[in-house]
Design a protein around this ligand. Structure first.
Ligand code: SF4
Length: 548
């Protein structure tokens, strides 16, 4: 019996064995563990992972290693980084194998719940009874979403509500690869009598209503064929969750408008609502999204069962009843008084990230960063090139700043490479402590996940250094190391002669040289294309070569 970390090694060994070989892989899926933990039926380690966004380079290696969709993009002024969606984390911890020193283990502290809106605590909101959808024969709902978010529960609630009203119902769940947050579908048929129910699975154009808890899942082949442009009314979660494709392509941008348009093209009508964002803002947890959407669909009069029957089904389900009833009621309120919902959400919703766009603001931000990184002279080197490019661009294409902005962003990234001193500085920076304190409850103990080249073993298969956890005492080491940054790049720098560090310094020289060549040949005709070439997109970056 071997640990799953040995899987690759075992497979390599087996490939050399003649004849048939058998490999038995046994593991409870992480989503199932999370489900059992919620019910208190599985040990719940008091352990979490946190990514220090300032250390993260956004290479995406943690997504590749874990293939986990709880590793979310985090847009920052220094580009796209990674964060862990703590409310959806399965505690699998494979993301920590990402080849970088960004990961901090947090012990004995749960994530802080975002503040609940007062609206969610108002008790029973008084709402007008929605109409119940009328139908002849049977009424079909196609429910689609992401595994682990309660898609199957919604199908079960609809079935129970139908049963409570004396209606017949069949539910056919397709849970597929839900263990890695894959798509999950529930085919729900409701009729006034059992004889009117057709085959369990919905067929081509069968859906009266599509509950698209996830727009990407809703467009998969299985639910996709059930849409009928003359029949299907769609209710769509307007928040797009990163798909597994994001794990392979860190620069992936999913076009929300295109997804919604594709659903609209296949539907008679579409109602989109940011259920995930509103659920998080109002109830402090993204898991509220599906019940919120069910309430929304109910109040729109799209469900063939009454709101009262659904509420009773929630009570009978006996899991997080007040929370789920509040989510359902708030979804209904979104139809009745969207302004009231938005006004409440605005007070608790985290501010939307807006990148700096003015050249002067970008330069000021990076100058401050590079001064902290090394010193004022280092920042001056940065400003010198940006000023040169800016002067040439202003002369060649007056009024344009595209090229200067690109250089201002990219040169700073290259110059602030994450060597031992910088990682130490960022991990001991009060900003990191503040972020940890904002994310987790008081009393957290922390550990750092590092692979110091001098003390670490290498993975025999990949050749990568293997990370280990270091206790909080490492914080003191970081403080000392951070103060030694003056040695960076000098003859006394103990880390400066490694291949990585020489390459990083060489890249800065090379970039400066290249940009000066661009300036020398800049014309109005080539300026625009020069400013669109981004040599530093995440997909073109390697993971950090060496963890500290
Ligand atoms: S640097 Fe790469 S591996 Fe590390 S947290 Fe960021 S994206 Fe993940």
């Amino acid at each position: 019996m071997l640990h799953r970390d040995e899987l690759d090694t075992v497979q390599r060994r087996l490939q050399d064995v003649k004849g048939t070989t058998v490999l038995i892989y046994e593991q409870t899926c992480a989503a199932e563990k999370r489900r059992r933990r919620k019910r208190g039926k599985f040990p719940d380690p008091a352990k979490r992972m946190f990514i220090n966004p300032d250390v993260c380079e956004g290479c995406g290696d943690c997504s590749v290693k874990s293939n986990c969709v709880s590793v979310w993009p985090l847009e920052t002024e220094m580009g796209r980084k990674r964060q862990i969606d703590q409310s959806n984390c399965n505690k699998d911890f494979s993301c920590v194998k990402g080849f970088c020193p960004s990961f901090v283990t947090v012990l004995d502290a749960e994530p802080r719940k975002p503040r609940k809106s007062a609206l969610a605590s108002e008790g029973n909101l008084v709402l007008p009874d929605p109409e119940v959808a009328r139908f002849d024969g049977e009424y079909n709902l196609m429910v689609s979403g992401i595994g682990g978010t309660g898609v199957v529960t919604i199908g079960a609630l609809l079935a129970m509500a139908a049963h409570l009203e004396g209606k017949a119902c069949s539910v056919f769940d397709m849970t597929g690869l839900s263990q890695k947050n894959g798509a999950v579908f529930s085919h729900v048929r409701i009729a006034n009598e059992t004889g009117a129910l057709g085959a369990q699975k919905l067929g081509v154009g069968d859906a009266d209503v599509a509950l698209a808890f996830d727009a990407v899942a809703a467009l998969a082949k299985e639910p996709g064929i059930t849409f009928d442009p003359a029949r299907t009314r769609s209710v769509v979660n307007g928040r797009i969750t990163p798909t597994p494709a994001f794990q392979r392509n860190p620069d992936l941008n999913i076009d929300k408008r295109l997804l919604l348009k594709r659903i609209a093209d296949q539907s008679r009508e579409v109602h989109a609502v940011d259920a995930t964002g509103l659920g998080l803002a109002l109830l402090g947890d993204t898991i509220a999204a599906n019940l919120f959407m069910l309430g929304y669909a109910s109040q729109l009069g799209l469900l063939p069962v009454s709101a009262a029957a659904i509420e009773r089904a929630v009570e009978l389900n006996a899991v997080s009843v007040p929370f789920n009833k509040a989510a359902f009621a708030l979804g209904r309120l979104q139809v009745v008084d969207p302004g009231k919902v938005e006004a409440a959400a605005v007070t608790t919703r985290p501010p939307e990230f807006k990148p700096l766009t003015e050249l002067s603001d970008i330069v000021a931000h990076r100058t401050a960063l590079l001064t902290k990184y090394q010193n004022a002279a280092y920042a001056e080197r940065y400003r010198r090139l940006v000023d040169e490019v800016s002067a040439v661009e202003a002369r060649v294409t007056p009024g344009e700043t595209g090229l200067s902005v690109m250089v201002a962003r990219n040169l700073a990234k290259l110059m602030a490479y994450k060597d031992e001193y910088e990682v130490a500085r960022l991990h001991s920076d009060p900003a990191m402590r503040a972020q940890l304190a904002a994310t987790f409850e008081d009393g957290a103990k922390i550990r750092y996940n590092l692979a110091p080249p001098l003390f670490s073993r290498r993975d025999p298969a990949t050749g990568h250094l293997l990370k280990r956890e270091f206790g909080s005492w490492m914080g003191s080491v970081f403080q000392v190391l951070a103060r030694m940054k003056g040695l960076r790049g000098t003859a006394l720098d103990p880390f400066g002669r490694t291949a990585e560090r020489r390459m990083e310094r060489g890249l800065i020289d090379h970039y400066e040289e290249q940009m000066r060549m661009v300036c020398a040949t800049l014309t109005p005709a080539n300026c625009q294309s020069a400013s669109k070439k981004d040599p530093l997109s995440a997909s073109k970056r390697d993971p950090l070569r060496r963890a500290v």
